[in-house]
Design a protein around this ligand. Structure first.
Ligand SMILES: [Zn+2]
Length: 127
């Protein structure tokens, strides 16, 4: 049973309903694999749509409390995650990197947007 927010959205946007369903199935499959986050680029490839469209769908899922955005601060040189933040405002533009053993500034860092799958809401027990 999809959430009421998604149901209402599907009624207003019947053309997108199949994509919403596909993304829902993908999230459920990820959760079953014990994976707790969605990477927009990977989800886009899975759904066969653009990353921009995928972000639009994920924003909708976010409004329905099915996913939560998270910003990972990543060292470009090693692709290591140095920290995770729930607000873009909290992401620092400098960070000490224990992998390179030096301080990085914005040029050495990138921010990856991922969406955490909300497990309570995904369970069948949700009203
Ligand atoms: Zn580094």
């Amino acid at each position: 049973m999809p959430s009421r927010e998604l149901e209402n959205f599907n009624k207003r946007n019947p053309r997108l309903a199949p994509l919403v369903q596909k993304l829902e199935e993908y999230l459920r499959w990820l959760a079953e694999q014990g994976i707790s986050e969605v990477i927009p680029r990977v989800a886009a490839a899975k759904l066969g749509i653009s990353e921009a469209d995928t972000l639009g769908l994920l924003t909708l899922f976010q409004d329905a409390y099915l996913v939560k955005p998270r910003y990972d601060l990543v060292c470009k040189a090693t692709s290591s995650v140095l920290g995770s933040f729930y607000s873009l405002d909290d992401v620092p533009d400098q960070a000490e990197c224990q992998f390179c053993d030096k301080d990085h500034d914005a040029d050495d860092l990138r921010v990856d947007l991922v969406f955490e799958i909300s497990h309570q809401r995904a369970s069948n027990a949700a009203a």
